[in-house]
Ligand binder design. Structure first.
Ligand code: ZN
Length: 230
């Protein structure tokens, strides 16, 4: 179905077509309600190549801005291409507080590149974040990380040819010019593999030791003379 803004009636009602997106504010995959559309008269006079439409997230009521390219303008209609650009992409999240500071800085920038669809800048920052993590892990850190990534490849059942560029980005020690070019799909795999590697190497250990410390604290407090009903 075409997306058309009509003279007099505005954006043609798409009530029969549910429109949902991952909201950049609340992160929920939510139905979007139309909030604001440019006036037909103005579009007809100015004839822009792109227009902005604002939706409202049904989950958190935040405005969500989309940009559409204009396909055709006639006397009574403005037809838009169906593809749109989300001006604010959902942010990728991670339990950054468990990462060493230097790794955290690199990985935050990597995720920012990813959220903005800059997949090769993302790959470069992944290389730096990974290198920084190997240093933080100390002796044999890189080998340990490599083992974790191999396990991830097995779990995800990714064949060697597809996985090779991902491994090159994370583990090759060559010049940055040698990092392979990544497309969106490969960047998505790299993202999940590196998140998993950091989770296994830092987050898991951090969470576990913190949880055990809390348990031990309460055992000590309990032995310190507090009366319990148990
Ligand atoms: Zn929302």
């Amino acid at each position: 179905m075409a997306i058309i803004i009509e003279r007099g009636t505005g954006l043609r009602d798409q009530a029969d077509e549910q429109f949902g997106l991952e909201c950049p504010y609340c992160g929920v995959y939510s139905h979007m309600t139309l909030q604001s559309v440019p006036e037909f008269e103005n579009l007809h006079a100015v004839r822009p190549k792109h227009i902005g439409v604002v939706y409202q997230c049904d989950a958190c009521s935040a405005p969500v801005f989309l940009r559409f390219a204009v396909k055709e303008i006639t006397d009574n209609t403005v037809e838009l291409y169906r593809n749109f650009i989300e001006l604010e992409r959902p942010k990728e999240r991670f339990a950054f507080s468990y990462l060493p500071k230097h790794v955290e800085i690199m990985f935050r920038e990597a995720l920012s590149c990813y959220s903005n669809n800059n997949f090769n800048a993302f790959a470069s920052m992944c290389r730096r974040a990974a290198a920084s993590s190997f240093t933080a892990l100390g002796e044999n850190g890189k080998l340990r990380a490599f083992d974790e990534v191999m396990v991830a490849q097995g779990i995800a059942e990714i064949d060697d040819d597809s996985f090779d560029p991902i491994k090159q980005v994370i583990f090759d020690a060559g010049e940055e010019e040698d990092i392979p070019l990544l497309n969106r799909a490969q960047a998505g795999v790299l993202l999940e593999v590196l998140k998993d590697m950091f989770y296994q190497c830092f987050v898991r250990r951090g969470k576990l030791t913190r949880a055990i410390k809390v348990r031990q604290f309460f055992v000590r407090e309990g032995n310190g003379g507090l009366k319990t009903s148990a």
